[in-house]
Write a protein that binds this ligand. Structure first.
Ligand code: PLP
Length: 372
């Protein structure tokens, strides 16, 4: 699904000395590389504060802790996403409120958010799924009307640019009150281990969060709040700083691969290629996900597995049906879209090193199965 080796080979001459430098300096934790990367990412995103941390799941949890959400507060998020999003809500003893997504862009359904708001609702967590920004303008409007926080889960869309209806642009992860991202190796900006970050334009919130990531310390050995230990290490920061400079070209390579897949499938009625909401740079193709119509998806997966063609199903089970997150409040009629998507979606290999031959081979195998 991803070709991390091919990408590493192309940047090895920069990455190897950068990693060695950290080792030679033995500045493994909180070294100058971490600060440098943080500043460079702030500049790239156009955001006031980037707070690095250990992974994308921590980033979400810490963002929620920073906002001071309290047990029993309701947090609305999408039913069709990776479990990390709902996991941290539950861990903090907040109440997850899962809602359905749009059938076209797979992102959180704005009307469903409106329906789910109660006096206990405190926050909305839109996930920019598969690399495409959710409808942030509408979500920010609802949040303002109901006095809610918006936490962007930006693990899959770093580098995407959201365009408002008046033409104004902003990077994904800089629009809500706070955002989280992940530097897991396969993400669009991935390191060589675990990593994550929190973004915010709010100076007070940034200060609070900087203490939370460091055991709740604002002054050495004074613990003002309950915190966590969540750090990005210097070796990862050194890798990320090199890859950040290439992020736009990496995302461009993903888009080019997506366009080639689109072309290959354009005459196949049983395949919907990814719908794009907004301007083209609204989507950075963390995943290239097809929606099948009247095709046995699991049969196709089996056929591809037997034919040396990687594929993935993100996600096969709606979160509201997962054992850990089942809740008697949920009504199946409210999850019509997600319940169908989990049967119809399939994701194809998507990374920065895909060549025409690979894309043609993958597409031809899928078409072969569908045309049976
Ligand atoms: C990857 C991912 C996360 C978690 O990131 P980790 O770094 O693996 O903890 C959270 N949310 C979404 C949507 C993700 O894709």
């Amino acid at each position: 699904m991803v070709d991390l080796k091919g990408q590493y080979k192309s940047i090895k001459d920069d990455v190897n000395p950068a990693i060695l430098e950290v080792i030679e300096n033995t500045s493994f934790i909180n070294g100058p590389k971490v600060h440098e990367f943080q500043k460079n990412l702030e500049n790239y995103l156009g955001v006031r504060h980037v707070i690095p941390c250990a992974n994308g799941t921590d980033a979400l949890q810490i963002a929620m802790m920073g906002l001071g959400l309290k047990p029993g507060d309701e947090v609305i998020t999408a039913d069709f996403t990776f479990a990390a999003t709902v996991e941290v809500i539950a861990l903090l003893q907040l109440t997850p409120v899962l809602v359905d997504v749009n059938p076209d862009d797979f992102n959180i359904d704005v009307e469903a958010i409106k329906k789910a708001i109660t006096p206990k609702t405190k926050a909305i967590v839109p996930v920019h799924l598969f690399g495409q920004c959710a409808n942030m303008e509408a979500i920010m409007k609802i949040a303002k009307e109901h006095n809610l926080y918006v936490i962007e889960d930006n693990a899959q869309a770093i580098g995407a640019t959201y365009t408002y209806s008046n033409g104004k642009k902003a990077k994904a992860g800089t629009i809500g009150h706070v955002a989280s991202t992940s530097f897991f190796p396969s993400k669009n900006l991935g390191c060589y281990g675990d990593g994550g970050a929190i973004f915010t334009n709010d100076d007070d919130l940034a200060h609070t969060i900087r203490g939370i990531v460091n055991h709740g310390m604002y002054e050495r050995y004074h613990h003002d709040v309950v915190g966590v230990n969540s750090r990005l290490d210097s070796i990862q920061a050194a890798v990320l700083d090199i890859k950040l400079k290439k992020l736009d070209s990496y995302n461009k390579a993903r888009r080019e691969a997506a366009n080639k897949y689109n072309e290959a499938f354009k005459n196949i009625d049983k395949i919907s290629t990814p719908y794009e909401y907004g301007t083209p740079d609204n989507h950075v193709f963390h995943q290239y996900t097809l929606k099948l119509k009247g095709v046995d998806r699991d049969g196709l997966v089996k056929f591809l597995n037997e034919n040396n063609t990687p594929c993935g199903v993100y996600y096969p089970i709606p979160l509201h049906k997962q054992k850990a997150y089942k809740d008697s409040r949920y009504n199946e009629a409210d999850f019509v879209v997600t319940n169908q998507l989990v049967k119809d979606v399939i994701s194809l290999p998507m990374h920065t090193e895909l060549d025409d031959e690979q894309i043609e081979f993958i597409a031809s195998k899928i078409i072969e199965y569908i045309n049976g």
